[in-house]
Write a new protein. Structure first.
Length: 145
């Protein structure tokens, strides 16, 4: 199977619909498999699911998921939505949620699982939250000796 070398990018426009996180995960799996980055699937799925779920929960309109490989073995996921509020993990608040916290656990996973993350306010309103995952080639190939 032929693959496209990085850089490559896909953008998935999602309606404000509770099925959006599942559609985002299915699309992500297909893209990673096609680009031979399937070993990132578990981590990338978790991260994308958290970001898309938050976009659905805290914004009123449609949102988008962008998948991009800026270079080999690195994936950047970005979610744009209409809510301008940037959540605490993306503001540099690194404290984990308390044992009784009802919110904040999902985005705390971003801190634990992403190699890098960030946020940008958008000029026309809303925000972009992004995360990066890097393939661990040692785990992918194992010890060949």
């Amino acid at each position: 199977m032929a693959t496209v070398s990085p850089p490559w990018a896909y953008t998935l426009q999602l309606p404000h619909d509770p099925r959006a996180p599942g559609i985002a995960r299915s699309t992500l799996r297909a893209v990673l498999r096609a680009h031979r980055m399937a070993d990132l699937t578990d981590t990338a799925e978790l991260l994308a699911s958290e970001l898309v779920t938050n976009a659905h929960r805290y914004s009123q309109g449609p949102f988008s998921l962008r998948l991009r490989a800026p270079e080999p073995h690195r994936l950047r996921l970005g979610v744009r939505d209409a809510n301008p509020e940037i959540p605490p993990p993306f503001k540099g608040a690194l404290s984990p949620p308390g044992a009784d916290a009802e919110r904040g656990r999902g985005l705390h996973l971003v801190e634990l699982c992403a190699d890098r993350w960030g946020a940008c306010p958008l000029q026309r309103g809303g925000k972009l939250l992004w995360v990066e995952c890097v393939q661990n080639l040692e785990c992918q190939w194992g010890d060949l000796s």
